[in-house]
Design a protein around this ligand. Sequence first.
Ligand code: COA
Length: 214
Amino acid sequence: MGLEQKRAGEAIVEVAFAVTGKGRALPAFSNLLLRGLLADRMGGALDAWTISHDGLGAPIALFEGRQAPVHVSLSRTEGAAAACLSTEAPVGIDIEALQPKTGDGELAGLFFSAGERQALSEQSPETMAASFFRIWTLKEAYIKARGLGFGIDLPSFSVVGPGVLPALDDPAQAGAPWSLSSLSLPSGHVIGLAVAAVSPRLSLRPVMPSAASV
Ligand SMILES: CC(C)(COP(=O)(O)OP(=O)(O)OC[C@H]1O[C@@H](n2cnc3c(N)ncnc32)[C@H](O)[C@@H]1OP(=O)(O)O)[C@@H](O)C(=O)NCCC(=O)NCCS
């Protein structure tokens, strides 16, 4: 097993991302990105790792056909893909290509909480798109980490401002530790990461895709 030495109780999250160029990254590529991370950080051959899904579509890592004790998440978008894993805590990841004209309020009105819409309204025209995609990717990452998909009402919880997670949507989750991280890539992509742990240690790995694997 390749995971680094960690402090007691600490969650380590391994994140891999790749900028693939034009076109939406293929499902096979994000799958390969995650399996590469699993083989490297958990051990075993790449071919021994496969990805299955639960009834709601959440990914499950299998080693030689058996569920492995590791939480995983993956995402793909126009020109990029990302994947992550942690043996200690549920994780969720989302990657999006920043589109400068987004953030006019229509999508925010449908999916964002009142606090998130307020935070967005305080942005200047220059920072609006980056702020929109930061919120969007963090919300997606959180619902993936919870594994419930659209079983969570998106406007019912906030990833910014007062009343930020722990989960406002579900009282049973109150007090649960959640950490949210946002990463902006020079390529213009934004990654949102949600981890059900306090102050997780993030290990970031940019991957150079070969033309054949994209
Ligand atoms: C399915 C969803 C979880 C992510 O979809 P997406 O952003 O279009 O696509 P991504 O590439 O980022 O993620 C796809 C991966 O999410 C994962 N996923 C799907 N359902 C999931 C669930 N219930 N829990 C956790 N992960 C899930 C899968 O791994 C899937 O890839 P795979 O099928 O190849 O394994 C869902 O959030 C969705 O359809 N969102 C649509 C966009 C939207 O309305 N967003 C509002 C944000 S404020």
